[in-house]
Ligand binder design. Sequence first.
Ligand code: NAD
Ligand code: 89V
Length: 335
Amino acid sequence: MSKVRIGVVGLGFFAQNQLEAWRVIDGVEIAAVCDRDPAKVEAARQRYGVERGYTDVAEMLADGGIDAVDVATTPPSHRAIVEQVARAGLAVICQKPMAETLEDARAMVDACRRAGVSFTVHENFRFQRPMREVAGLLREGAIGEPFFARISFRTPYDVFANQPYLATEGRFIILDLGIHLLDLARCFMGDARDVSCWTRRVNPKIRGEDVATMVLDHGGGRTSVVDCSYATHQVPDPWPQTLVTIEGTEGTIALEADYRLHLIQGDRIATRHVPPPAWPWSKLPLDIIQDSVVALQRHWVESYLARRPAETSGEDNLKVVELVHAAYADAERRK
Ligand code: NAD
Ligand code: 89V
């Protein structure tokens, strides 16, 4: 069977993980790379051995020979690129956040639906190995009926060193990071029907909020607390680990730092160590996220070949984007 041919657009900081991952996944090949910066195109062509390089998405699409486009550019460009790819009739994967506004996100999902192309969001936190283990325990009914979850990500890490654009955005932590945690809350507890939110900015050198606390109502008496901060003094720094507690009628699941996963039932506690597998390009402590990229992209290939939507389809992810904007609206109202 011929390989699925991927065109990767946006060759910056995070795309390197996506490119590395495509190279180790069976059944796919990187057919072309594209970035508006010609130096990045040349560097990616050399590093990943890709023949075709472009500085313009339209040219890459016009040349054909691609089955799907993996969009790893920054959010302001997502809508235009996804719509271009949909018009060309190709499958598309787009980095999170799908878009900065709900209007754009809805238009993107709509454009792909109308064009009949598969649309997936590169929402990878739920593909982290420990998160798959937590989801597996929930599916098995290990803690009975879950009624409370806490999803927490708090760190002093200087995220702006690798992603400087995050310091100048009017909206920061919920749109960039909280979106992953809200998706995890949905993944573990089901869709949310309401969100309350409190935000603040602690770091005076950035524009947006760097602390957020959200309380979600999942219906049926299920609630969760989703909290995130890039302003927390903490030693050792757990970045980029997400800590999870889920309480159910028959037990509690607790994912602590260093990938210690506890299952507590009555007075019994069973602990397992669930670190991510290492890849040749893994760089501690980002290895947890780097492995999740491989897992998501593998899942995408399986779904694409089976002609079924990926778990993080555009339609599914729209629900997270809606939560993000509901959270901002609630935080604004409280101010
Ligand atoms: P970056 O600025 O390092 O890279 C973006 C690249 O896209 C740049 O090289 C830029 O030249 C290129 N680009 C922008 N607009 C373009 C266009 N119209 N056509 C062609 N190229 C264009 O950004 P980054 O930090 O790598 O972030 C990229 C995306 O990845 C963002 O959406 C970010 O939220 C996401 N991200 C996800 C994770 C994760 O999944 N866990 C982690 C980090 C970043
Ligand atoms: O997901 C993100 O956008 C990144 C992180 C490094 C936490 O993955 O900021």
